[in-house]
Write a protein that binds this ligand. Structure first.
Ligand SMILES: CC(C)(COP(=O)(O)OP(=O)(O)OC[C@H]1O[C@@H](n2cnc3c(N)ncnc32)[C@H](O)[C@@H]1OP(=O)(O)O)[C@@H](O)C(=O)NCCC(=O)NCCS
Length: 172
């Protein structure tokens, strides 16, 4: 079996019913359409399978030092296809007694299965993960139309997001 990005026992596999499974991202998930699902969220740019594996390996090495990148996927095992993904990024802080803060990123369900509970599974999985690793809070940015979605899981609006986009540079 391909390498998992993090320890699968941190996830509760009972969150999902067959044919769906919730699990960590694996090194062979490019072939199962992982990037195609992310493309339904934002611009993915040029990411080949080699680029994907390179980035996966960098995240896995970082996790080996300090658990940081928790990319979770839901797979439809009947079709061997990724149908949803969400990421918990765990930030090491100095404040609050050197606490851990969680950031939710890149939450998306494949268009063909929206409304079937996959988004709920992903959010519950990330919140359980955040509790297990010991985050004192979990934050996310979202469009106004997704506020009611996240409110279902206990999030509440707080402050404003600000962003600046910088010119792209070669990354790998
Ligand atoms: C937002 C998104 C992830 C929801 O995924 P999904 O798999 O369709 O969600 P679920 O079927 O698990 O829905 C869970 C609950 O949230 C509700 N819900 C889903 N999207 C919602 C929305 N935009 N606003 C309010 N409620 C929403 C569902 O009705 C359901 O409610 P219920 O459990 O009370 O019946 C999905 O629509 C998506 O991928 N959108 C495009 C990408 C995106 O906007 N991602 C969020 C980035 S911040």
């Amino acid at each position: 079996m391909a390498v998992s990005l993090f320890d699968a026992s941190l996830l509760d596999d009972k969150l999902c019913e067959a044919p769906f499974v919730v699990r960590p991202l694996r090194r062979d998930d490019f072939a199962k359409g992982f990037m195609g699902v992310l493309a339904q969220l934002t611009q993915i740019g040029e990411v080949t399978s080699a680029t994907f594996e390179h980035r996966f390996d960098a995240m896995a090495r970082a996790n080996g030092v300090l658990g940081t990148y928790y990319v979770v996927v839901v797979e439809d095992t009947a079709r061997r296809a990724i149908v949803g993904t969400a990421t918990l990024l765990v930030e090491q802080k100095f404040i609050r007694g050197a606490a851990l803060a969680g950031h939710v990123e890149d939450v998306v369900t494949d268009k063909g299965v929206r409304g079937a509970g996959i988004g709920r599974v992903l959010n519950e999985a990330l919140l359980r993960l955040a509790r297990k690793v010991g985050c004192y809070k979990v934050m996310l940015d979202c469009a106004d139309n997704n506020i009611p979605f996240y409110e279902k899981f206990g999030y509440a609006p707080k402050e404003r997001q600000m962003a600046i986009y910088l010119p792209p540079k070669a990354k790998l």
